[in-house]
Design a protein around this ligand. Sequence first.
Ligand SMILES: Cc1ncc(COP(=O)(O)O)c(C=O)c1O
Length: 352
Amino acid sequence: MKIPEVRKNINGMSGYVPGEQPKGLSRIIKLNTNENPYPPSPEAKKALENFDWQRLNRYPDPVGQALREEIAAYHGVSPDMIICANGSDDILTIVSRCFIDPDHALACPDPTYSLYVSLASLQDAPCIRIPLLDGFELPDDFEEQAKGASIIMLARPNAPTGNLYPMERMERLCENFDGAVFIDEAYADFSENNCAEFVKKYPNVIISRTFSKSRSLAGLRFGYAIAQPELIAQLMKAKDSYNISMLTQAVALAVFRDHDYLAKTVQAVKDSREALAKGLQEAGFKTVPSETNFVFAMPPDGDGERFFRFLRTKNIIVRYFPGAVTGKYVRITVGLPEEMDALFDAVKEYLA
Ligand SMILES: Cc1ncc(COP(=O)(O)O)c(C=O)c1O
């Protein structure tokens, strides 16, 4: 018997490649997947200690109602405007199941979070990739170029570039586009503004958030989306029945309530981000203004790959994205102050 054939589009695609998670972390400075360098709120520890392990024989609440209510109150919307998921990647999968197929295209900027393109391949859907302008801004005719697509997926702030498209531009896009607009706000807590309020005005908008970045819970897997109730009801049909474990629900709820810890750690990351960008600029790097927990930086020789490889020899891992434009840069996640010191020692050596 031979291995059965999978669908043609699956066979033909290479599959999304997540950032490397190296073993032996103690020797390595890991600045490649935009995790938070700080631990999660101590409320996570309490929630784990208080968790009754014997309850694990039962299925979890399929929709995470307690979380929906808490998150809804935070955003000033009703709980039926929230869907919870196993990280925001799960939200993206749910949304792509609902909107894209061979006759319904996805449109997204280029460069952006590369999972969007992989999701289109999984759905065997066409993907319209719209190049960003210099400075990684949206072109004026973005909606025009996206015409015919069922959904636009974009990240704001964008990844891997870190910049924030202007609010008025986003508003215009949501008004003009005749389809769904998915705004991936994975990094919104680090940015000066966000589009969460759009869901109250625009029935075509879906906003997603994650606990993986600002809330230091990448390992737990929790994310959510906000949209109008009719749209959330549709998305609910496309999720796995129990997509958030009981443990995840308990920890995510406890951490979400700790607003002070969020504010404190976000500020620390933002301060380090500014110091990182400034230090790199002083060393002759070109940096993209960042509203995230990472900096997209071009070394003075314009050779992202060479710099990436050099850093590896120093046990520092950043992210390199091959490509005519992205290949000139590396993406550096904000780390602990001592990790940033080690990075700057390596930068000095590279330039010497
Ligand atoms: C733009 C963007 N969206 C979503 C994600 C995935 O987040 P999560 O851990 O919630 O699946 C990432 C992760 O790096 C990201 O950069």
